[in-house]
Design a protein around this ligand. Structure first.
Ligand SMILES: Nc1nc2c(c(=O)[nH]1)N[C@H]1C(S)=C(S)[C@@H](COP(=O)(O)O)O[C@H]1N2
Ligand SMILES: [Mo]
Length: 310
């Protein structure tokens, strides 16, 4: 109840308050014990499973890690709220993430239905610090837990004709209140990668964040993380993975084709039709920072491209 009252005065104020001031006030509230109750409750349930996983030292950051409260309270997840990023976390309660099955179909020798618990037991989980850049120009830097997508792909043995991978999010309008608010979108959310992009060692299947299972607002229980591409390629709450011969359609490209392409590689030199991509703003201070080509992952990914796939 207290949280409700607080939100009441936060919302109008926020519109007239610079982001930095707003977020600092949240930090104060948190220190005073008004928010952050979730952390204590989580501990009491017990059984941390595979978390935290061992950190892979290959991936280091050039900026401070985003505080956990910021990365878990400022979310794009249109299925829960199509416009208010701070409302998402308060609207995920009905979403059931257990049990969870990921179906892998299409041009593979070994189609499979993976139980998430089995994946957690059998995949090589590790922690990676990655930069994450939303096309809207905010960015964060967070510790994901997960395994390389390539490990899962190996298990299903794609056929030679498989040239692309298509991924689909859960379709549960009764548990995802944002879907009904925006019925004109082509639900369920879908994304895709070229096969070499899917196999690139950077492409992670994430099941955790900050050494704990993924919060629902961040795509529980399993999502993709493609750190050199704009955030919308990192599809959340994945239920189906299909191996296909032709470049699949993608959600944002279908909604706004002149603004969002298939590749969507981060590029400071290519402005969005409605704003520049030359700088980004770090959560939660919104401090500006130059955008890096391929989000700083050129060394790992530039070899896959001719230079035109932006
Ligand atoms: N299913 C689904 N996946 C999604 C989205 C979404 O609305 N639905 N939003 C995307 C966008 S635009 C971004 S920036 C990231 C945000 O991830 P985060 O909330 O964990 O920061 O998720 C991506 N994955
Ligand atoms: Mo985004």
């Amino acid at each position: 109840m207290l949280v409700r009252v607080v939100r009441g005065w936060e919302i109008p104020e926020r519109e007239a308050t610079p982001e930095a001031v707003y977020f600092n006030r949240r930090q104060l509230l948190r220190a005073a014990g008004f928010i952050g109750i979730q952390a204590c409750v989580g501990r009491a349930v017990g059984g941390r499973g595979p978390y935290p996983a061992k950190r892979n030292p290959e991936f280091t950051l050039d900026r401070p890690m985003t505080p956990e409260w910021a990365a878990t309270s400022f979310n794009n997840f249109y299925e829960f709220h199509p416009t208010d990023k701070e409302a998402v976390k308060d609207r995920v309660g009905k979403f059931r993430t257990q049990p969870w099955t990921v179906e892998v179909t299409g041009l593979v020798n070994k189609p499979a239905k993976f139980d998430l618990e089995d994946l957690l037991r059998t995949m090589p989980l590790e922690e990676r610090l990655y930069r994450f850049r939303c096309v809207e120009a905010w960015s964060m830097a967070v510790p994901w837990t997960g395994f390389p997508f390539a490990e899962l792909i190996k298990r299903v043995e794609p056929k030679a004709e498989a040239k692309f991978v298509r991924l689909v999010t859960a379709n549960r309008p009764r548990e995802m209140p944002g879907m009904k608010m925006a019925p004109w979108y082509p639900w369920p959310y879908y994304e895709g990668l070229r096969m070499d992009e899917a196999l690139n060692p950077l492409t992670l299947v994430a099941t955790g964040l900050y050494g704990k299972p993924l919060p629902k607002q961040n795509g529980a229980p399993v999502r993709l993380v493609v750190p050199w591409k704009y955030g919308y390629k990192s599809i959340k709450s994945v239920v189906r993975i299909e191996f296909v011969a032709k470049q699949p359609r993608t959600f944002w490209n279908d909604v706004t084709p002149n603004e969002y392409g298939f590749y969507s590689n981060v590029n400071p030199a290519k402005p969005h039709p409605r704003w520049s991509q030359a700088t980004e703003k770090l959560l939660p201070t919104m401090e500006p920072r130059p955008t890096l080509v391929y989000n700083g992952y050129e060394k790992w990914v530039a070899g896959m491209y001719t230079g035109k796939e932006f």
